[in-house]
Every structure is written in structure tokens, then in C-alpha cells.
Ligand binder design. Sequence first.
Ligand code: SAM
Ligand code: DTB
Ligand code: SF4
Length: 318
Amino acid sequence: MFDLDQPSVTQSADQAEALLKAPLLDLLHKAADVHRKHHDVTDIQKASLLSIKTGGCPEDCAYCPQSAHHKEVGLQKEHFLDPSAVVALAQKAKHAGAERFCMGAAWRKVRDGAEFDAVLEMVRGVRALDMEACVTLGMLQRHQAQALAEAGLSAYNHNLDTGPEFYGEIIGTRTYRDRLDTLDHVRAAGISICCGGIIGMGETIRDRAEMLAVLANFDPAPESVPINALIPVKGTPLAHLPRVRAPEIIRMVATARILMPKARVRLSAGRDGFTVADQILCFMAGANSIFYGDALLTAPNSAMSLDKELFETLAALD
Ligand code: SAM
Ligand code: DTB
Ligand code: SF4
């Protein structure tokens, strides 16, 4: 069981804080070196997202438009989608260039039964398309992780969201420990871990450093680390917060890259406010994946036409 108080976490948090506060060009250079040593820097994975069950979630995550606690959001709730429709959308995403298909459900936790069986069918269907399959379904028990592994699931997304000290300001309905326990079950079933967080929720640099330190001290470190910039959604308690500026994401990506050299660091939600040049700096800093497609789960993503321009800018010239 992961111990939050182990001295190596404090040590990594000190290191992460120093990196997050370093002169930007020094940090960028260091991260780019680490990135090059461990990855083909031209390999930027496109992952597409789909909400398979939208809204009405009993959890109270302050950032999330899908929480039933935030009644002012006015989100259109959607019923659980049919597996054949989901696999057809995965096929479409593959055709558009996505290599990974991520399915999210606004659940507090997974319950055994017809809907979970349908998720297993979706996972099998996506894997049969020769795409990576990732799901994020909330808290999970050991036997459910096992069933997902047997269906061929590539990765389970379950974010820590922020550092342990700040966590209580954002979520009251489940603890940091609950999150770590689910991640333990995922790991025990042999599924890759996709775990990261959000910046721009009013946390300090120390909170960001602590989150990265906890992640870096998983053994092994997560294979995939999504870095989300808060999308302040009207009707949520964090709606009033300003959009995250690109340099903050660049610093977060770079520090994640240095602390977790082998992980796929994903430039995730909130990318739509960034210019092509901002995003290229994120890739320099070590990001090597984006969400691709016009929508995230409920919020808009960076438009596919802009991403086309982004990838054309990155490509070698004829
Ligand atoms: N219910 C599941 C859970 O929380 O584990 C899965 C779905 S949940 C929407 C997946 C992740 O999306 C959250 O952990 C959070 O990091 C991210 N997210 C949700 N709302 C966001 C927002 N407004 N801005 C940025 N990231 C957000
Ligand atoms: C993650 O870290 N970010 C994605 C994915 N994992 C599931 C979700 C972002 C959601 C943004 C808000 C929305 O679309 O509702
Ligand atoms: Fe529910 Fe997940 Fe949103 Fe939290 S982040 S309210 S658990 S859907």
C-alpha cells in the first residue's frame, strides 16, 4: 500500500518544486534532454475521448460539470451508450488518426452488472480494432480490475487531481486514500496506470509539486500522466477562476517529464486556449500525447482543424 508520508515523497516534492520554479529556459532544456533520451520526440500520440455515460454523478468534484451537486451547470444528462455505437465511434476516431480510445463514465464507482458487462464488451471491441483502450469509471474493486484486464484493457485512468494537502478543498465525497486503493487494484491486475491531475484550481506550486512527487514514487511510475488545465465550467464552484496560462502548463509538463522519464505525458484538457506555438513548447517540454477530436467528455476540445495545422507545423518539410 502506498505510503504518502514516505521520505522519498517529500524529497521528490522538494525537487519538483525547485524545477517548477526554475528559470523557464533552464527547465525546458533539461526536460527536452530527458525527453530525447527516452522517446522518439516525433511520436505524439492522438487519443480520442468519449463519454459513455454523461452527468448525474454523485461525487462533488468542484471542477466537474458532471457532478449532480452542481445543479446550475445545465448539462444534458445522457444514458449509458450502447457498445456497438461506441465501437463504431472508436472506428471513426481510428480513421481520423487516433491510436487510443478513452471511454469515461460519470460514476462514483463501478457496479457489477449489465452496464459493467457492456463496458467489457466495449473494451473488447476497441481492442479488436487494434487501438489502445482506456476507461475511466471511478473507483474499482480488485475483481473488476481483473475482469477489465481479461477483456484486454490497455490502461485505466484515475487521476489524483491535485496534491494531498489541497485535495480536500476540491473533493469531499472520496479520499486520496480511496484513489490510491483503486490504483493499487489496477496495478495488481496488470493494467497500465493513467494518472495525473489538473492545474489552475487555486492550488499552490507546492501542491502541484506534491502531486507529481506522489506519482513519481509509485512503483513503477504511471505509464501515462495526463496534465489537465482547468476548464472553468459555468455552474461549477470553480467557474470564476481564470484560464491557465501556457507557461504554467509548460512548467508542469516539463517537471512531470523529468520526474517520470518513461511516461507518456499527455497535454490534456484546456489546450483549446493555447496557440500552436504554446503547444509546440509543451511538446519540447516533454508532452507526447494530446486528446484529439472536437469534444472531450462534455467540454469542447481544441478543434480538429487547428490540430491539423499543429501537426503540419511539426512535420518535416517536403
Ligand atoms: N468519474 C470518473 C472519475 O472521476 O474517476 C471518470 C471521469 S472524470 C470526468 C475524469 C477526469 O477528468 C477527472 O479526474 C479530472 O481530472 C478531469 N476533469 C473533469 N472536469 C474537468 C475540468 N473542468 N477541467 C479539467 N479537467 C477536468
Ligand atoms: C483526463 O485526465 N482528462 C480527460 C480524461 N482524463 C478522461 C477528461 C477531461 C474532461 C474535461 C471536462 C469535460 O469534458 O467534461
Ligand atoms: Fe463524478 Fe468523475 Fe466528475 Fe468527479 S470527476 S464528479 S467522479 S464524473
